[in-house]
Design a protein around this ligand. Sequence first.
Ligand code: FES
Ligand code: FE
Length: 370
Amino acid sequence: MTSQIMRDHMKRGLGMPRELYLSPELYERELEEIFNRSWLLAAHESQLARPGQYVTVESGFESVIVSRTLEGELAAVHNVCRHRGARLLDAGCGTARRLVCPYHQWAYKLDGTMLGAAKMAPDFDKARFPLKPVHVTSWQGMVFVNLAEDPEPLAGLLALGEDAIAPFDLPGATVAHEITYDVGANWKLVWENAQECYHCNVNHPELIRAFDLAALGDFDLRRSDDMRVQSARLGLKPGAISLTLDGRPACSLPMLTGDPYTVALHLKPTFAVVCCPDYTVMLRERPLAIDRTEVTMTWLVRAGAKEGRDYDLDNLIKVWDQTNLQDWALCERTQLGVRSRFFEPGPLSGDEPSVAAFHHAYAAMLSEEK
Ligand code: FES
Ligand code: FE
């Protein structure tokens, strides 16, 4: 039903129907059918470089521990004890040599192998109770997990963006800064907003200092058939070579050698990356509630770049942090509007083809009828 309503609106060139932002049943389905089957960004590899380093990835009611094992492998396991189900680790990141449940101290290796449990019957077989594994993979220096049983390989999904992203050598980067935003809007409003620059001229004074709105859409736009994956070069104003306040690189150590360009890659609805010649931002998005979305932005620079010497942190993060805050205010304003019984979606403009592409991807991701 939902996909059908959506397709109907798409055919007529309209925005998303109001109910789709507001239905609690649909929200539950989205968590299960979309987010718990999509590749979720866990970390940059540099955040999991040393044995024992871990991060958790939260998605709906699920939580995953992603780590570098003591043997040096990447591992991902469900953050659920095999005894009576307690969460093993609190959400966040840290270092651990093994995972010990706080409740009754069942202990596991980072790869989930069970190490021991006190006072169990003599016939208790440790091998039968490992932590359940989760698919984990690394792509261009970024680590992803997927809760699906048999997910589509990530490398194949993102192949259309690989030749544009690879020259930035993201595996050779390091994290300069990370901000997590709590946005008071449905996750689809956040994505729709990110898909168009119809609003940029008036709302993003910092972004448009270097970003050339007139060049939008002209550069090597590629989309997967289902429109979940999109890659596009971003046009900068004459003389600008990076998305910074003055158009000059914010970091003196380049990430890209060769002719400078800027490119964005999206994997809807969980991940985006924007690579500039001197820095990159990774974005991950996850719904916290029907009207609340968490967005984390991570700024990467060339490994070895030092704050204060090679970059000024405020200058590095300024454009995107301001742009984000401006965008969240717009999303929250729209959330208030779509709650109104009198909201009826209007037609999309000629500057919003990627919003329509997002709608297409959304309809494709929801399973057919329920
Ligand atoms: Fe984890 Fe009991 S629930 S040891
Ligand atoms: Fe914006």
